[in-house]
Ligand binder design. Structure first.
Ligand SMILES: C[S@@+](CC[C@H](N)C(=O)[O-])C[C@H]1O[C@@H](n2cnc3c(N)ncnc32)[C@H](O)[C@@H]1O
Length: 195
């Protein structure tokens, strides 16, 4: 779905931040020229490298770094993707990271960002409902995971993310909020990045 949304071409170069076990990077690598898969966790990268090798995919460059530290030395890229990782940054650092990501993209390049985030209306009730749904699906494990997320991590309001994206030089092309606590954005690097 992400690859279709981005209309990825065989010549495209992508960066994925927070690649985790590499599922998206491996799928993407099969239909583009090169993927840079970035994660702060060596354990995740080891797992993802092994998975890519088993899948026979060799055009992924795995890199131990994060949103705030990855230095992209190669040419600007066509698209950046990040899923369920951006909430690890507090809002000030989200802004810093988005400006860094913007500089890694070619003019007109795309950013696909999906994460846990909240609409302001009824936010507390929505979070409580989500935690109950997780508990129903996975008992204590998923309940505690969801509670920890909202207690200790940095999911924010969608309107804050809207502002951070536009201030970092992105135009929001499409935004979809769903299930109360999730959102997806497709953004384009604006012509005149207000950096
Ligand atoms: C919940 S996993 C999501 C993995 C994958 N993107 C997915 O959707 O399945 C979050 C990933 O983000 C990584 N991560 C956490 N902080 C990060 C940072 N500052 N920069 C890059 N990746 C980070 C974690 O190591 C982890 O692999």
């Amino acid at each position: 779905m992400v690859l279709d949304t981005l209309a990825v071409q065989p010549t495209d170069v992508l960066i994925e931040f927070g690649t985790g076990t590499g599922t998206f990077a491996i799928r993407a690598a099969r239909c583009c020229a090169q993927v840079y898969a970035i994660d702060v966790s060596e354990a995740m990268l080891d797992y993802a490298r092994a998975k890519a090798a088993r899948a026979g995919v060799s055009n992924i460059l795995f890199c131990h770094a994060g949103f705030l530290t990855y230095a992209h030395e190669a040419a600007v890229v066509d698209a950046i993707v990040t899923s369920l990782a951006f909430h690890h940054l507090p809002d000030f650092w989200k802004g810093v990271a988005l400006k860094r990501l913007n500089r890694m993209l070619r003019p007109g390049g795309q950013l696909y960002l999906s994460d846990v985030l909240m609409e302001e209306r009824n936010a507390l009730q929505t979070i409580a409902t989500f935690i109950e749904q997780q508990a129903a699906a996975g008992e204590d494990f998923l309940r505690e995971d969801a509670e920890r997320h909202f207690r200790e991590e940095y999911s924010t309001y969608d309107w804050i993310l809207d502002g951070l994206l536009s201030r970092a030089g992105f135009t929001i092309q499409h935004k979809h909020l769903y299930s109360g606590v999730f959102g997806r954005y497709l953004c384009i690097k604006a012509e005149e990045a207000a950096l």
